[in-house]
Design a binder for this molecule. Sequence first.
Ligand SMILES: [Zn+2]
Length: 155
Amino acid sequence: MTDTATPAIDGWFTTGPDPALLGSRCTTCETVYFPPASGFCRNPGCAGEEFAQTPLSRRGTVWSYTDAQYQPPAPYISGTDPYQPFALAAVELPEGLVVLGQVADGYGVADLRVGAEAELVVETLYTDETGDRTVWRWRPLISGQVVEVGEEADQ
Ligand SMILES: [Zn+2]
């Protein structure tokens, strides 16, 4: 990743050594949304219209995962042409949200287990004339530790 790396989607996550997704919290009912909400609160019992940007937890637990054999819809932008299958994980955050994301480079479904921890990382999605464009991904953790690529995740 280069110094000129910028998020492929503006305002959805922070970068740097401890990246985090940016959700929005309804200032009326405190419900947290990701992707960031705007306009009216989706809570049917709430008339709130104002949201505060709030960084989400960087770690969650794997709720589900799959091999993406077909290209997912936007905002997923394929970094490769032709499209190459990859693993997707749905990770449940302590805020109660389930966030879908691609699994970090070098990891696949063999590294994933429902209920295991995963940590947010930011990696290059594709490169254009402005430099690297980045996106969040989920990196599997075993007992809170990073699993080295190629190591058996059999615990
Ligand atoms: Zn609300």
